[in-house]
Design a protein around this ligand. Structure first.
Ligand code: PLP
Ligand code: ZN
Length: 434
């Protein structure tokens, strides 16, 4: 492939001149009652969850392979299937992350064809920039002055950066024991960072109270959730477009609340619905860490009942949600597609992070280790076969969790060849130390 200017990510999101919104309102996932476009997340009739609703017939008419291809390389190129009625001309350049062939890792795993959707390559180094791009744009449309969130780590920086770019105030609440790199990233990007002495679920409940008590505050993953959640569909849109407008046999993704995992499937389904890809059976494999894996535990037990995890344990902080909002639909998706939701041990997470780094040169955070380890388990389980074409979603960058992954070489040497030679002789040889 020749690298030309138009294959580089766009620097800004131009307004799309040919854009006809497909988004028409919100609908209750429980009783199907319709709600006009508003910053609401629960149904006024039954308190069920509100979801974005589209006019697929109109999208089918206006969104074509050619119209998408002609647009800037950001997630706004799929605007007809996003919950907006205009496309922002400012904002960060989010999405269109690379889909990289991973032949060395494929060989190691015994797979025919393996792709890495490297979503660590977003402005704040995680997939959370996608959900925040949509929610922050809508927050401004709805005239909120402050964007807030409860975060397991990556959301904090994504909200901080988006707010800075759009001229909004960012307030992020985080569990006090988060990784330093993630907290510092949000602080450095200018957010008010409030560390709370509690696990994520309690922090999340506190953030919900803020929306009730404080005028002009949008909690992006709570009261703008119907808009926020739709951002994850763009991972599916991009994978399909990057494969030449088709879906793979298997997608592997990590689960915290289960939102991204289920929205990727919804994205694939919508592309088939509007005629941009052919409908085919794709299996969805998910991963959770054993230290906080309520959805994986329910999958293993063969039940729909998700038992909340009161005190999350282990190294995978970005997935540590004890009461996952989308646990049930995630279970249903895994079961109905012939996929699985794997619970993986911390030692396997670290081994998988190292394997990805050593085979493909991609350093991911612990959540990415969960995802790759889930694929390894699914291969052993028989959910994934050697002739499957597999896409693994790597959702965050390894610099955010580097402390659990590697130790600094302890010894420091003098700047002489003698010192080098003496030191080298103490090692087992090239690659012998790690
Ligand atoms: C938030 C997050 C996810 C998934 O979160 P959901 O709540 O399941 O959508 C996955 N990976 C990383 C790195 C994250 O920060
Ligand atoms: Zn309802």
């Amino acid at each position: 492939m020749t690298l030309t200017l138009d294959t580089l990510p766009g620097s800004a999101t131009d307004g799309l001149t040919d854009f006809r919104p497909g988004f028409i309102g919100l609908r209750c996932g429980n009783c199907n009652a319709d709600t006009p476009i508003a910053p609401k997340f629960v149904c006024a009739q039954c308190f069920g969850p509100l979801r974005a609703r589209y006019d697929y017939a109109s999208v089918r008419e206006h969104m074509t392979h050619a119209s998408v291809a002609a647009r800037p390389r950001t997630l706004w190129r799929y605007a007809e299937l996003l919950p907006v009625d205009r496309v922002p001309t400012d904002g960060l350049s989010v999405g269109c992350s690379p889909l990289v062939a991973a032949p060395r890792l494929a060989k190691h795993l015994g797979l025919r064809q393996l792709w890495i959707k490297d979503d660590s390559r977003n402005p704040t180094l995680s997939f959370k920039d996608r959900v925040v791009a949509i929610a922050a744009a809508r927050a401004r449309d709805f005239s909120f002055h402050t964007v807030a969130c409860a975060s397991t780590g990556n959301l904090a920086a994504a909200v901080a950066a988006a707010a800075a770019r759009l001229g909004l105030r960012a307030v992020v609440l985080v569990p006090a024991d988060l990784e330093v790199a993630k907290v510092m990233q949000a602080v450095a990007l200018g957010a008010h960072v409030i560390r709370v002495d509690a696990p994520y679920d309690a922090v999340n409940r506190l953030s919900l109270e803020l929306t009730d008590e404080l005028d002009g505050w949008a909690v992006l993953n709570v009261n703008l959730r119907p808009f926020y959640a739709e951002g994850s569909k763009t991972i599916a849109f991009e994978i399909a477009e990057q494969l030449g407008w088709r879906a793979p046999d298997v997608v592997v993704a990590p689960l915290a609340s289960g939102s991204m995992y289920t929205k990727i499937a919804q994205g694939v389904d919508e592309l088939a619905q509007v005629g941009l890809i052919e409908r085919r059976a794709t299996r969805f494999v998910g991963g959770q860490a054993a230290g906080c894996g309520p959805i994986a535990a329910a999958f293993a037990a063969g039940t729909d009942e998700i038992t909340p995890v009161a005190v999350p344990a282990g190294i995978v902080r970005s997935l540590a949600i004890g009461s996952p909002a989308d646990g049930r639909p995630a279970l249903a998706l895994a079961r109905s597609t012939g996929g699985s939701i794997e619970g993986v041990e911390d030692a396997d997470v670290i081994a998988a992070v190292r394997l990805l780094a050593a085979t493909e040169g991609i350093l991911t955070e612990t959540a990415g280790g969960v995802t790759l380890a889930a694929l390894q388990q699914a291969i052993r389980r028989g959910t994934v076969a050697s002739d499957d074409e597999v896409v693994v979603v790597i959702s965050g960058n390894g610099l955010k969790t580097v402390d659990v992954l590697a130790e600094l070489p302890r010894q420091v040497i003098a700047p002489t060849f003698d010192a080098f030679e003496t030191y080298w002789a103490t090692l087992e040889g090239p690659g012998g130390h790690s």
